[in-house]
Design a protein around this ligand. Sequence first.
Ligand SMILES: O=P(O)(O)OC[C@H]1O[C@H](OP(=O)(O)OP(=O)(O)O)[C@H](O)[C@@H]1O
Ligand SMILES: O=c1cc[nH]c(=O)[nH]1
Ligand SMILES: [Mg+2]
Length: 207
Amino acid sequence: MDSLVVDHPLAAALLTTLRDERSDNAAFRYALRRLTQMLIYEAIRDAPVEQFEVRTPVATTTGVRLQQPPLLVPVLRAGLGMVEQAHALIPQARVGFVGLARDEKTFEPVPYLESLPDDLSGLPVYVLDPMLATGGSMVHTIELLVTRGATDVTAVCVVAAPEGVAALADSGHPVRLVTATIDEGLNEDRYIVPGLGDAGDRQFGPR
Ligand SMILES: O=P(O)(O)OC[C@H]1O[C@H](OP(=O)(O)OP(=O)(O)O)[C@H](O)[C@@H]1O
Ligand SMILES: O=c1cc[nH]c(=O)[nH]1
Ligand SMILES: [Mg+2]
């Protein structure tokens, strides 16, 4: 599986704000939005473009646009903090939604929302979820997408655990990963260490 760890001093500084337990909900949401911008820039760097003619006030020249604007899929709740910024960068993108809450005893994702186009063939999909821990939530989401014909999926995360990266690779699905860091691992509660805590709670308060 292809994976990209975005290595940039400004991304590292924003990640530090997210990790810092003193960052309140508003500061966390703000840093997540800004870091999402950097992750999306890198994630879309090699996307195919098409050329078209554009007139400036002075002359005619060649412009470019994305050949195929993607579908953005935030995984609720935590992915909601990424979708507004991603959509601002790619205004032509469509948006689908998946809602999952991890059962904190079994660590399995419990689905509560699925709002996706029926046919995803030929459409690049960017799944937005800041946390890739066991990988269960991301693999579940990718299965929903693959069932609808998706063959080009990018998981855009902020913090990934090696266990989650392995789960994505072992899933055999057509996915690549873009993340700001791959951390040390998971603790007994399957939280990422050092991580940043619960990305949903840190934006919106406890469920
Ligand atoms: O890789 P996994 O072990 O599946 O864990 C990662 C999932 O856990 C978090 O969501 P959570 O279930 O806490 O829901 P929330 O966004 O509503 O807080 C996170 O946003 C991922 O979706
Ligand atoms: O560290 C973790 C693991 C799962 N979900 C989170 O929000 N954080
Ligand atoms: Mg949570």
